[in-house]
Design a binder for this molecule. Structure first.
Ligand code: UDP
Length: 237
């Protein structure tokens, strides 16, 4: 049997990845398929933490005319909806999970406590980090970078709607070229759309490798952890 190349991973699921074709709301079939792949990882003995985005419901920066902080808090609440959906799908197939929120909502989830999160991971529970960093003006990509550093995840698995990082938008340019490997500096200097620059810098400063891949096939999550070269790697030069 193939062996996993990572012991502890942080999976970042964008809100869009949980939505169906229309890009909005939650598609239960998709969430269930992702849950099956996460279970496979878990059954391989890999410790899995997840950060879920909220863009399928709300993005602070696209709310014209609204106070930015208020709009961002709304976005953080959207990530909680997605996190509970992911938790439900995982628990339905027998994977023990804990949701931890960066903004306290004790009736529905634990507050984020780093040492507790690590303990859950040690015990084989999947930990879902909700409400981003808890701060406006940040993104869930930054939350993914921050939590990865805190829990000492070996890699961020950055699941996207596209199958890697391209030099231009592959939906608009049929000649767009996909990169296999990039340095953090390449991403920052060329303004490539991997993560926002705050998140990329945090990964660079803390030497956290990022693997960008498409969730069109949810099994990609497992294949990457089994060492297959899929998508684009972003790491130190
Ligand atoms: N957000 C925030 N602080 C955080 C994380 C998220 O303010 O630490 C807000 C922000 O408004 C963002 C929204 O939550 O637009 C949804 O998160 P994001 O856009 O990162 O989700 P994704 O694009 O991954 O679905």
């Amino acid at each position: 049997m193939d062996k996993p190349v990572y012991k502890r991973v942080l999976l970042k699921l964008s809100g869009e990845a949980l939505a169906g074709e229309c890009g909005h709301g939650i598609d239960n079939d998709i969430v269930n398929q992702i849950a099956v792949s996460i279970k496979e990882l878990h059954d391989l003995g890999v410790e899995v933490a997840i950060v879920v985005g909220g863009g399928n419901f709300w993005r602070g920066r696209s709310s014209d005319g609204m106070d930015r902080s208020t709009a961002d808090y709304m976005g953080m609440l959207a990530t909680v909806i997605n996190s509970l959906a992911m938790q439900d799908a995982l628990e339905n197939i027998g994977v023990l999970t804990r949701v931890q929120t960066a903004i306290e909502m004790r009736q529905i989830a634990e507050p984020y406590i780093r040492r507790k999160a690590v303990r859950h991971l040690d015990k084989g529970r999947v930990v879902i980090f909700a409400a981003g960093t808890g701060n406006p003006y940040f993104s869930t990509d930054t939350a993914a970078a921050l939590r990865s550093a805190e829990i000492e995840a070996e890699v961020i698995l950055l699941a996207k709607k596209v199958d890697g990082v391209y030099d231009s938008d592959p939906k608009l340019n049929p000649n767009a070229v996909k990169f296999d490997k990039l340095s953090y500096m390449d991403v920052l200097k060329r303004g490539l759309k991997v993560m926002d620059s705050t998140a990329t810098s945090l990964c660079m400063d803390n030497k956290i490798p990022i693997r960008v891949f498409g969730l069109d096939n949810p099994r990609n999550i497992v294949d990457i952890v089994l060492g297959k070269s899929i998508g684009t790697s972003v790491e130190e030069e």
